[in-house]
Write a protein that binds this ligand. Structure first.
Ligand SMILES: C[S@@+](CC[C@H](N)C(=O)[O-])C[C@H]1O[C@@H](n2cnc3c(N)ncnc32)[C@H](O)[C@@H]1O
Length: 163
């Protein structure tokens, strides 16, 4: 089973998940190489975490179909000309997810969130109630990232891929 985190910035959630699920694999993709370098030495201590520097819109096309069980996207850059969540990206998400795979998104930006909701308001996705991340069950935060601490997860979406 493999999970993917997109744009982990300075708050890679994968390390917490990798400790809980040593039998799973985790891939983190981050646009800024300096942020990947910051964590690379930690990733090397885990056998099940791989970090990749690059643009997810290109990298996602290289991911095998139906190979990912869960995708985490927390506080994607909301600036309009820097957004990457669009119809093509959501199509790629659908392609890489296993049947019944999960996508989790949290943001504080209402405008971007409305757009994201529209993209997932579709019969091939089933909207689910938010399931707390395994390491946040005892806490009030949803994802425990730096951006959540700063802006709080005002809007969040969890969807399951239908057959
Ligand atoms: C606002 S930060 C959120 C960081 C972290 N997820 C959090 O919640 O604290 C957004 C991150 O997404 C990364 N990012 C933006 N566009 C990206 C893209 N096209 N591919 C991969 N990462 C991207 C940025 O470099 C940045 O680190």
């Amino acid at each position: 089973m493999t999970e993917l985190e997109v744009g982990f910035g300075r708050s890679c959630v994968l390390f917490k998940l990798a400790q809980i699920y040593p039998e799973r694999n985790f891939i983190g993709v981050e646009l800024e190489e300096s942020k990947v370098n910051r964590y690379d030495w930690i990733a090397r201590r885990y056998k099940n975490v791989k970090l990749i520097a690059g643009n997810i819109t290109q990298i996602i096309t290289m991911i095998e179909a139906q190979s990912i069980a869960r995708v985490h996207i927390y506080f994607p850059t909301p600036v309009p000309n820097l957004r990457y969540i669009d119809a093509d990206f959501v199509y790629e998400l659908y392609r890489i997810l296993e049947i019944s795979g999960i996508i989790k998104i949290a943001t504080d930006d209402l405008d971007y969130f409305r757009l994201i909701e529209e993209l997932f308001f579709n019969s091939i996705w089933a909207r689910m109630p938010w399931n707390h991340l395994e390491y946040e069950r005892e806490s009030r935060s949803l994802v425990g990232t730096g951006c959540e601490e700063q802006y709080s997860s005002k809007y969040y979406l969890e969807c399951r891929k239908r057959i």
